[in-house]
Structures are given as C-alpha cells and as structure tokens.
Design a binder for this molecule. Structure first.
Ligand SMILES: NC(=O)c1ccc[n+]([C@@H]2O[C@H](COP(=O)([O-])OP(=O)(O)OC[C@H]3O[C@@H](n4cnc5c(N)ncnc54)[C@H](O)[C@@H]3O)[C@@H](O)[C@H]2O)c1
Ligand SMILES: *[C@@H]1O[C@H](CO)[C@@H](O)[C@H](O)[C@H]1NC(C)=O
Length: 313
C-alpha cells in the first residue's frame, strides 16, 4: 500500500478513537447529570411572565393545570371544544384574581387551530408554554371499536399535537424561548387490554416528543431555549377511566386530578423531559418493566392485574 494512504488512514483511525472516547465521556457526563438531577432537582422556574395555552381545560387535569399555572401568575389561554365548561374554568381562575382567556376550538381541525394561533397572538400575545392535554379514551376490545371512534381518537390524541405544534412552534423558535408539554400515559409505556387504539396513540405522543427533541437539538440554530416535557400519568380520577381495575389498591391508588396537576406543573417548572404521575412509576416501568423479556413483563402484569375494564359510553 502507498505510504501516503497509510498515513491518512492512521490519522483517521486516531481521530475516530478520540471522537469515540470523547463521546463516551459525554454520555457518562449526561448519565451522572441525570442521576444528580434526580437527587437534587433544579429550582422550579418562574412562569409569571408566561402565556400558557392548555387544550382540554373544560374538565379534569386540564382545568386543574390551568388553575395552578394561573396561581403562579401566568396568563392562561383556555382551549376546549366545550365552551360552557371552558368558561367555568376561566371563571374559577378569575375568582382567584388570575388571568384567563377562553377560546372554543376543536383541536382536531387544523384550520381552526391555525386560526386560534393567529387570534391568540393578536389578542393576548405569543404563547410560550403549550400544553397538549385534550384526549379521549374509549375502553373496549379492539373489535368492538368503530372506524369512526378510532379515527376520532387518533385525531384528538395524536394529530392535534402536531397541529398545535405547527401553529405555536414558529414563534417559540423565533424567540428561542418556550415549553411544549404533552400528555402521554402509562398506556404509552406498556400495552393494556381494552385500550389497543389508545395505547397506540399514547405511544405516538412519546414518539412525537422524542423526535421533536432530536429535531430541535440537532438544528444548527440550537433551540436549547425550547423545553419539552412528556407526562405519563397512571390513573387519574377525572372520569376518563370509567372502570378502573386495581388489584393492590393501597399500593396503586387513583390519583386526584388536583394532585396530578400539582405534579405536572412542578415537572414543567423543573424542565423534566419525561415523567409519570406518580413519578416512581416512571422508573419502575422504564428501568425494570421495559428491560424484562416480553413474556416475563406480561406475567408480572398479570399478577399486578391493573388496567381498565370495558364499558359502554
Ligand atoms: N385520567 C386519567 O386517568 C389519565 C391517565 C393517563 C393519561 N391521561 C391523559 O390526560 C389528558 C387529560 O385527561 P383527563 O382525564 O383530564 O380528561 P377529561 O375527559 O377529564 O377532559 C378532557 C377535556 O378535553 C376536551 N376535549 C375533548 N376533545 C376535544 C377536542 N376535539 N378539542 C378540544 N378539546 C377537547 C374535553 O371537552 C374535556 O374538557 C388526556 O390526554 C388523557 O389521555 C389521563
Ligand atoms: C359541555 O359539557 C357539559 C358537562 O359535561 C355537558 O352537559 C354539555 O352538553 C357539553 N356541551 C357541549 C356543547 O358538548
């Protein structure tokens, strides 16, 4: 072989070895940083100057999050398809002297979401925290779910996330400032019977958020000012879970909506990338359940016997 090429190859090999070692150092640094943040969480950030848009504020976790962000001084944009219940939420906020604006919007309608963004920006200002919370959960065996039900589920639980991102990301990118929050579920981390389409939609939410993080971090403009948080709640007592089935009720209680909202707002303020409600669950699913062989995880789940039973609407 020609000596010149040999030298080039050796140089390349050396530089590859160095790059590999440097990558190892950085990976380990991030692991230690992750563990450190678990032990000593960062101080919660001030949100009093933020404009927080939450979808599905008419009921449940969405309403409770709206109340809590308002108590922290943020301006709340309440978005729901149900104008009546949405107005109630805004009134609750105003009774506490908080700042709230209501917009009726069906988040499955992309044109309506674009219009909403235009209107909110003009009437209130640039949304800096977007909380994609609206969701539905039909509970029955797959073969009993109609085409219409399944399409609606995917439109609300998956596609609405994409429409609001397309509507509200541009102004966050322009200012390199913002926070996107998405509601996945425990059903987005493990399969649960009677929830086949729902599980698919909640896995999709995690996929969307992970890919979005990569796209923003990879961008040469380096959008580190835009934070992402994905929440995977276990069962929250909002009525969404109509027939919860929990074998060990003392160990795995239903969480109250207010309590869930407290934990979500706290996770957002500490820039947590992904967590569960309650947070312990995230570690047990990610670091124990998901590492088990598929059938072993199934045996374990059968013992825990936690999920939802089928019901008519
Ligand atoms: N409750 C739980 O046990 C639980 C567990 C895991 C994840 N989650 C997720 O948390 C989120 C909130 O759940 P929740 O229990 O508070 O629900 P909820 O049913 O109490 O409230 C959902 C709200 O979304 C609104 N909404 C529905 N379709 C809409 C549309 N097309 N456009 C605009 N608004 C719409 C509804 O009017 C309602 O006010 C959902 O994404 C859900 O999947 C809930
Ligand atoms: C809004 O929600 C309330 C309470 O659940 C319900 O009674 C009402 O029919 C809903 N309105 C619409 C337009 O869906």
């Amino acid at each position: 072989m020609n000596l010149f090429y040999l030298r080039v190859n050796i140089q390349e090999a050396i530089s590859l070895v160095f790059e590999f070692l440097w990558t190892l150092i950085k990976v380990n640094y991030e692991i230690l940083r992750g563990i450190w943040k678990m032990i000593v969480p960062p101080e919660p950030k001030d949100v009093s100057n933020e404009i927080v848009l939450i979808t599905g504020t008419g009921h449940g976790i969405g309403r409770e999050m709206a109340l809590r962000f308002a108590r922290l001084g943020a301006t709340i944009i309440c978005v729901d398809i149900n104008a009546t219940t949405n107005e109630e939420t805004a009134n609750l906020i105003k009774q506490e002297k908080g700042k709230a604006h209501t917009y009726q919007c069906d988040v499955t309608n992309r044109a309506a979401v674009m219009q909403l963004a235009e209107k909110v920006t003009r009437e209130v200002g640039d949304v800096s925290i977007l909380v994609n919370n609206a969701g539905i959960m039909p509970c029955k065996p797959l073969l009993e779910q109609t085409e219409q039900e399944i399409k609606l589920l995917n439109d609300i639980n998956i596609n609405a996330n994409l429409w609001t991102l397309q509507a509200f990301l541009p102004s966050m990118m322009a200012r390199n400032h913002g926070h996107i929050v998405a509601m996945s579920s425990m059903a987005g981390m493990m399969g649960i019977r009677n929830l086949v389409p729902y599980c698919g939609s909640k896995y999709a939410v995690r996929g969307i958020m992970e890919a979005l993080a990569v796209e923003l971090w990879d961008d040469p403009k380096d959008y580190k000012g835009i934070k992402l948080t994905t929440i995977c709640p276990y069962m929250v007592d909002t009525g969404l879970c109509k027939k919860p089935r929990i074998r060990f009720e003392n160990l795995m209680k239903l969480v109250a909506p207010g309590e869930a909202a407290d934990m979500i707002v706290d996770a957002v303020r500490r820039d947590v990338i992904e967590t569960s409600i309650p947070p312990e669950l995230h570690y047990s699913i990610r670091y124990i359940h998901n590492l088990l062989p598929f059938r072993a995880a199934y045996v374990w789940n059968t013992f825990l016997n936690t999920g939802v039973d089928a019901h008519e609407d």
